[in-house]
Ligand binder design. Structure first.
Ligand code: NA7
Length: 495
């Protein structure tokens, strides 16, 4: 049943990779590099790039420096600036996937709707939305975290006379220059959109439910001489990737977040507070923009320009509650009507979905949806008891923060390579963590998560539905060490 949909060739283990974003492309590159070409990447869209394909909003920038947000084995001397734009990053992934021979293995328009484990065969049956099916020995779910838009149930939304859309479903036909644009939401997305429109649109109303702490960061373009230097001497790129000041910031953040009373968090808070005090002149606006929760509780906004942009004459920060959407615009609870031509819902994502709504049925009929009834989780963020040979890249309980998820995926890949060695060598057919090992991990994780800054009393996409952070609660270094080698005694190998 493989023939119709399978792209892979050759003999050996059949790998199904779900998603052609950053992690799925990584998996493809790594398999090809070691001569394993019996794999298919199932991609529901018609292009690769994951979040960098879906998000096309004006101002889209990665909040991790470009040279750090690159595969370690595919450095890019051509990055135009310290922080790169979305289109540039999307193009980078396309180039790397093309150069490394991944494209022939991607099956586009192929939404995986089911993965069923066949216990007697020890294989996975993959079902696609178009009715296609195939069999695989190992599944890598690289389906991303932030890809199901959260569209709020705002009364009257359908009645809006202009264009209204979610930030990840950008309407290219929307006219932004010289028009009146409303932006709901103050996460990284809403802030970047407001920055971009502040000098283009006639009026930008930023509907702010919770203000954000803003971490000031530098931004600058690379000159053509610098790019030529990078191309000649990759050590110069490595020097940026390993820049001690950059890593000091990452460690300050990742060590600090593990304890909301840490001195590092106090330091981060002070930098952000000073940024607010020094950058926003109007006392009324300054107070509107002052958060009432701890810095880094929500994902920190890294921006070199937000405070400048928000003070431009076109921008108005609306802190009142939204009553409803009307054909002319947004009606506030106090009766004010903001007349608008375009309404952008920068309202985030359903971050607890991961591979769902696909159904995943493991050993003994275990349903992933049931297993994740309280919260999505996984043993060390990659594997699940009862789901043999089913692994996640950038899955639940992985590290989160302003550092490159590419590094996280690369570490997870090396860990999985070691874990799967007995399967590749034919010594075992399947591997999965034991229930006991998973439960012990999860109990420790939850206890630690409650002490992290993410659980210090704010709303964010980091929290599960019980209010506990669904994140890696230990330091970055602890993750590096955990991924250095799987504890094989925590796994069950079956032949
Ligand atoms: P986020 O960070 O989840 O932000 C969503 C924003 O939308 C946030 O300010 C929310 O306010 C706001 N929101 C959500 N629903 C509503 C309603 N109903 N009314 C008003 N405001 C609302 O998503 P982003 O897309 O900005 O960023 C996601 C990640 O992408 C980011 O962390 C980076 O990793 C890249 P709230 O704070 O809940 O009061």
């Amino acid at each position: 049943m493989n023939d119709a949909v399978w792209k892979g060739s050759g003999k050996g283990i059949r790998y199904a990779i779900i998603g052609a974003g950053m992690s799925g492309i990584l998996a493809g590159i790594k398999l090809i590099a070691r001569g394993e070409t019996n794999f298919t990447i199932f991609e529901k869209g018609n292009d690769l790039g994951g979040t960098w394909r879906d998000n096309r909003y004006p101002g889209l920038t990665c909040d991790t420096p470009a040279h750090a947000y690159s595969y370690s084995f595919a450095l890019n001397p051509q990055w135009s600036a310290y922080y790169a734009t979305g289109p540039e990053i999307h193009a980078y992934f396309r180039t790397v996937a093309t150069d490394r021979g991944v494209l022939p293995y991607i099956r586009y328009g192929s939404e995986v709707v089911s993965c069923n484990f066949d216990e007697s065969a020890g294989t996975w049956a993959i079902g696609l939305a178009d009715g296609g099916t195939c069999e695989a020995d190992v599944v890598f779910a690289a389906s991303g975290v932030l890809h199901h838009p959260n569209v709020p149930a705002l009364p009257g939304l359908d009645s809006f006379g202009g264009k209204a859309f979610h930030s990840a479903r950008w309407a290219d036909s929307a006219v932004l220059d010289g028009t009146r644009v409303g932006v709901i939401g103050c996460g990284s997305t809403g802030i970047q959109i407001v920055n971009a429109l502040s000098s283009r649109s006639a009026r930008v109303v930023h509907f702010q439910r919770s203000p954000q702490w803003i971490m000031p960061v530098p931004q600058f373009d690379y000159t053509s001489e610098q790019k030529a230097d990078f191309a000649k001497d990759p050590a110069k790129i490595e020097a940026i990737r390993r820049d001690p000041v950059y890593w000091e910031n990452i460690y300050r953040f990742t060590d600090g977040v593990t304890d909301f009373n840490s001195p590092q968090i106090a330091q981060i808070e002070e930098i952000c507070r000073q940024n607010l005090e020094n950058s926003v002149k109007d006392p009324e606006l300054r107070e509107k923009l002052r958060p009432n929760y701890r810095a880094a509780c929500k994902r920190l906004i890294y921006s070199w320009e937000y405070y400048e942009c928000v003070q431009r004459p076109a921008v108005f920060v609306e802190t009142g509650g939204i009553e409803r959407i009307e054909p002319e615009g947004v009606r506030m609870k106090d009766g004010t009507l903001h007349e608008l031509d375009v309404l952008v819902l920068a309202t985030g994502f359903k971050a607890d979905q991961f591979i769902r709504p696909a159904t995943v049925t493991g050993r003994g009929g275990r349903q992933l949806d049931d297993f994740w009834a309280v919260r999505p989780t996984a043993h060390y963020a990659v594997s699940l008891p009862g789901f043999p040979n089913f692994f996640m890249l950038n899955g639940p309980t992985g590290p989160v923060g302003n550092f490159p998820l590419i590094d996280i995926a690369e570490m997870q890949w090396e860990y999985l390579t070691q874990l799967l060695a007995p399967v590749r060598q034919g010594e075992a057919r399947t591997v999965e963590p034991t229930q006991d090992a998973f439960e012990a991990y999860e109990a420790r994780r939850i206890e630690a998560a409650k002490r992290t800054i993410f659980g210090s009393g704010c709303s964010s996409w980091y929290l599960d539905k019980t209010g506990i952070p669904a994140t890696w609660p230990w330091s970055y270094q602890a993750f590096v060490e955990a991924m250095a080698a799987p504890r094989l005694d925590e796994f069950h190998f079956a032949s």
